[in-house]
Design a protein around this ligand. Sequence first.
Ligand code: GLC
Length: 746
Amino acid sequence: MTTKLVSQMTLEEKAALCVGINAWQTYAVERLDIPSITVSDGPHGVRRAQTIADGSLPATCFPTASALASSWDVELIRQLGQALADECIAIGVDVLLGPGNNMKRSPLCGRNFEYFSEDPYLGGEMAAAFIDGVQSKGVGTSLKHFAANNQETERMTVNAQIDERALREIYLAGFERAVKKSQPWTVMCAYNRLNGPYGSENHRLLVDILKEEWGFEGFVVSDWGAVHNRVNALIGGLDLEMPGPQEMRVQRVAEAVQRSELDEAVLDAAVERILHIVFKAKQTKKGGTQIDIDGHHALARQIAGETMVLLKNDNLLPLRNVKKLAVIGKAAKEPYFQGGGSSHINPTKVDMPLEELQKLANGAEISYADGYTMQDEFDQALIDEAVKIAAQAEVALLYIALPPFKESEGYDRKDIDLTNQEVALIKAVTGVQPRSVVILNNGSAVAMNEWIDGAGAVLEAWMMGQAGGGAIADVLFGRVNPSGRLAETFPLKLSDTPAYLNFPGENGEVRYGEGLFIGYRYYDAKNVPILFPFGYGLSYTTFEYSKLQLSKKAIKATDGLTVTVEVKNTGSVAGKTTVQVYVHDCKAELVRPEKELKGFAKVALAPGESKTISITLDERAFAYYHPGYQEWVVESGEFEILVGQSSADIGLKESVYVEAPRNRVAPLQRYSTLKEWLNHPRGQVVLESALAQFMKSIEQTFGEAVLASDAIEWAKDLPLDVVFAFWGQNLNMTSEELVENLLAQL
Ligand code: GLC
């Protein structure tokens, strides 16, 4: 249908369809009944604004991505997606601009609150569930920002230099998983350059990889203002430019076709992709419904409760029979529950944490002090006031939010510390009140080693959404047993972090020098001590994992593997735990991280209850990307399946032999080394006679002094022509001619 429609459109209409008609809508062609569709931010709420600058319509503000990923609960994220779709339908939005799935390369990235994880498997699963949920109701999504938008510094111009393995296995893998599992209606290109070309003109990224290799069927939309040349962007695979209007660019596109500078088929392909989504969107009527404000507020509270991570608890939580509580921190009255920038939602209502606490505190006497302001200023009087009420209370609750001047879309953090005022406040309060709970609102890891020893408990509440105040009270009083697990490592200090020497880059370039080794992959490899590991989180109960079993002790990679483990709640209250399955490749031709997350499952258990969990690993769970073959490869050999309650708490381990679908060997070429020739099944045969000559000449030259086998060991990393140049004197050809001759025999 769309192909026919494209043939009926004029060149000007086709060019116009590929640019927004305004900040949030696509171009309509009334004469052909092609409607306009409306897109809006996301990701954790619907930000329906008339222009880019003005405020948006009220909508539920849910926890942001870094919180959502800490739930490790794909069903819950799918449910969130459905709720967001309901709000899009009520407000009249056809495509929600999210989820953001860029990897957390450094905790300094100001936009980490909008991204899921440092691990592409977890990020990909979260993104796929979000997309499934939203799209199950006939509303589209926009998986963003494709790709390697891992910092805010110079985000519109910086060139991310990433080696092929790190690109494929880390920075694209989460997008690949989400595209293949859930087919987002749209993908949003990133602002930055990636190995040269801008995200909006990166043909290899948008066409070769996204559309052709992964089979993406929707359209690519630019980030707002990411297009630098509309014709180049169309050739690069960028279907829809936003925002509009851009009349001159529309005209340039038409002229380029007329001057045969742009193949009209390229324009038609973009138009076809856009029409495909426009008509898909229109299958679901928008408008005419109301947001279920109370129902979604309750859902936001439930989700927030699932995302909070109990990091420390010296038997202080849940609070029991506390009669005098000191509540300290501006965030207890003015909750800091979302981040700055394009994802900022106009909430339908907001829980005030202090009020929600009072509702559950069973009449406890509650005192309050600000403790700090959200400005970058130091005020000792505020600390003194807080210390006074803390000393008189049984328990002190410190609501500590990282203020917007520290982290936001548009700029990166300079450090991973709380403000000086907050650090001084925590130290002073815990100095007089050891029964102190620190409750954090932040978008990404913060350093704690200046104060954590003095705190009785630490609860990571993230940017918890509009109902986070209630969720914190639920967790503090035990109505909710915290089950969040970290989706990013919390380092001890900034200089320990993987990207420390290469963030945010300089002179317009940022080198991803750490390669594959981001997050726990790095801390494992370097054995760097950390504060809290990936996958970590405490509960009010305890769990025991046992009876790890593998479906087979030896498999063909293509058959996959089923991992079963028994999980028991060995404590006295109901709770949830997340079984994490990591894979270790015992031996590989290329370097691999110590272990990588390849499966997980969250399970709820009553006290004393046991359940057997099954997790299936597919072929990709054993594979890595080989730049030589330019594809994902599994090498036959021994793998270890590691199961634990965090990346640093691996309680169970079993081995499995994996047979590769085919054993690849590097193709021999002009400068292949002696070792590569000897490792090549055909190469070693073809080389045999020439090698015999080489061995003989070694013996003639060195006699017994040098064993030919030692000579081979010494020469193995030399290109074959160099070996013969040294020792092929009595050849009747040059060494390079000999190599060409041998290659021809292959
Ligand atoms: C912003 C963000 C992107 C957002 C878009 C529209 O610059 O990078 O995530 O969806 O523009 O607001």
